[in-house]
Design a protein. Structure first.
Length: 157
């Protein structure tokens, strides 16, 4: 199970016990916000996109944003194209609803969107559709082994 992989992944950082599991689904931003009793924007959603070199790009962004296609193309020199449902688990290491920036397979590149930086702490998933962990942005950057901060999103709506 992917949550166990994430737990093992976080153990060397001393953060494995910080994973929260819920009796309800946290598979969407709205459900995660309800489970955590927080605002949806603080949910650090992981968007899984195709990488032109194969593999995938994982963009972790605030829950109230979506990819801005022109910003994405300027940053990555390619169009933003979502992974298909069939590709998600093999390329990210996690099933839909639990995709996160931890314990990913080789070829999964992680980037954090600057939209997260307006919060002291955020809540990314931990490999299952009913889990999360509360992290500061600097901890998220370190634990996710993100390549860099990017500005590729806009407020949804």
């Amino acid at each position: 199970m992917a949550i166990e992989k994430v737990r093992e992944y976080l153990k060397p950082f001393g953060r494995d016990a910080d994973i929260q599991e819920f009796p309800v689904s946290s598979a969407t931003v709205e459900l995660a916000a309800q489970a955590l009793h927080t605002e949806p924007a603080r949910i650090a959603k992981t968007i899984s996109l195709k990488n032109a070199e194969g593999g995938c790009l994982l963009i972790v962004t605030a829950g109230d944003t979506k990819i801005d296609n022109s910003k994405f193309k300027a940053e990555f020199s390619q169009k933003a194209k979502m992974l298909t449902a069939d590709e998600v688990e093999s390329l990210t290491g996690h099933a839909i609803g639990g995709v996160c920036p931890f314990a990913n397979p080789e070829g999964a590149r992680v980037f954090l969107d600057v939209s997260l930086q307006r919060f002291e702490t955020v809540f990314p998933a931990c490999g299952s559709s009913n889990s999360a962990i509360e992290l500061s942005c600097s901890d998220l950057f370190e634990l996710s082994r993100a390549e860099k901060w990017v500005d590729v999103c806009k407020t949804a709506g």
